[in-house]
Design a binder for this molecule. Structure first.
Ligand SMILES: Nc1ncnc2c1ncn2[C@@H]1O[C@H](COP(=O)(O)OP(=O)(O)OP(=O)(O)O)[C@@H](O)[C@H]1O
Length: 334
């Protein structure tokens, strides 16, 4: 449904996106994650037809829509869009908003399509309400209904939930995923929030400095990050210096760890990624000093310092209470 092939994008003298490839099949949902300024919105704008490509190509359903020097205009791409702000027309009621893009339908068919879309997003019977009478989450669902109503080939969403509070975002993301799956819609979303991406995506794309570092499932980007950038951006954890161990695996300040752990080579050797849940506090292990304790509700996460300098994050139960400055013992979980 969507193919981005070797695309280069930029403004003026600056290249912002470098040789980027990704693809979505019909009905798949992709999420782009990455630090501010890494080029996510620029890529979305290029797919929508608002930015020309400097190299490479973008294709929708096998037909090329962007090439250097050629750009099918946005209104001819058959793409739906949902953005963070100003999503709804304040002077149209909910039904007016949802029906806005239905020029292709005969007038008599529009109310049925609007009602169908409102039912899809769980807002049956709310067509006569005004946008200002809706909660933030309801407004986003109306924006989604409006974008999906004309049955676009592709839905693009740029931080659609960022105006909602953090607690609500993950549940709305899960709900929107269910709506998109029911409509068999193909969608690409930009977000800052990895939990939102975990809840939403079939494929997560992690971008850094204008490059796509990895394109994989939530499990893949968390458990087998392709690069150091991905390891640092997704989830918590620490990178620990290591050397190859004679008997296999890696020698680290915490002892020998399995060769299968994610590791990243650099000029001075290798760094091993250790997630907080891979470590535990106990009566034995390597002595470490508590730097801080983060309360996570169901458990605690300690920031620890090893004697010769490296820092770690270790998960503990709520019963394992230690103050900053205390010495604890840390070891690899089984
Ligand atoms: N219209 C523009 N003219 C010049 N430079 C721009 C323009 N729009 C964006 N940029 C630059 O391009 C780079 C990528 O911007 P982009 O908005 O794509 O990043 P982003 O990953 O979406 O960031 P954020 O997460 O903060 O929205 C940034 O360095 C930005 O300053």
């Amino acid at each position: 449904m969507l193919e981005v092939k070797n695309v280069v994008l930029g403004y003026g003298e600056t290249t912002v996106v470098h040789e980027l490839d990704l693809a979505l099949a019909q009905g798949e949902i992709g999420c782009l994650l990455g630090a501010s300024g890494c080029g996510k919105t620029t890529l979305l704008r290029a797919i929508a037809g608002f930015e020309p490509v400097r190299a490479g190509a973008i294709a929708l359903q096998g037909a090329t829509v962007s090439l250097p020097g050629r750009c099918l205009p946005p209104q001819r791409r058959d793409i739906g869009m949902v953005f963070q702000e100003h999503a709804l027309f304040p002077h149209h009621d909910v039904a007016g908003n949802v029906g806005f893009g239905l020029h292709g339908l005969r007038a008599a068919e529009r109310p049925a399509r609007v009602a169908q879309m409102l039912a899809l997003v769980g807002l049956e019977g709310m067509g006569r309400r005004w946008p200002h009478e809706l909660s933030g989450g309801q407004q986003q669902r109306v924006a989604l209904a409006r974008a999906l109503a004309p049955r676009p080939r592709l839905l693009l969403m740029d931080e659609p939930f960022s105006s909602l509070d953090a607690g609500l975002r993950e549940s709305i993301a899960r709900e929107v995923r269910a709506i998109l799956k029911q409509a068999n819609a193909t969608a690409l979303m930009v977000t800052h929030d990895q939990h939102e991406a975990f809840a939403m995506a079939d494929h997560i794309g992690v971008m850094a400095r204008g490059r796509l570092m990895q394109w994989g499932s939530a499990m893949q980007v968390y458990c087998t990050p392709a690069t150091r950038d991905v390891a640092q951006f997704i989830g918590d954890g620490a990178l620990l210096q290591a050397t190859p161990h004679a008997a296999g695996g890696w020698q680290t300040p915490l002892g020998t760890v399995p060769a299968s752990l994610p590791h990243f080579a650099h000029a001075g050797g290798v760094e091993i990624l250790l997630r907080p849940e891979q470590l535990r506090l106990g009566a034995t292990g390597v002595a470490a000093q508590v730097l801080e304790c983060k309360f996570r509700g169901s458990h605690l996460v300690y920031g620890l310092q090893l004697p010769d300098g490296p820092r770690l994050l270790a998960q503990a139960t709520r019963a394992q209470v230690h103050a900053p400055g205390e010495t604890v013992f840390v070891q690899l979980a089984a």
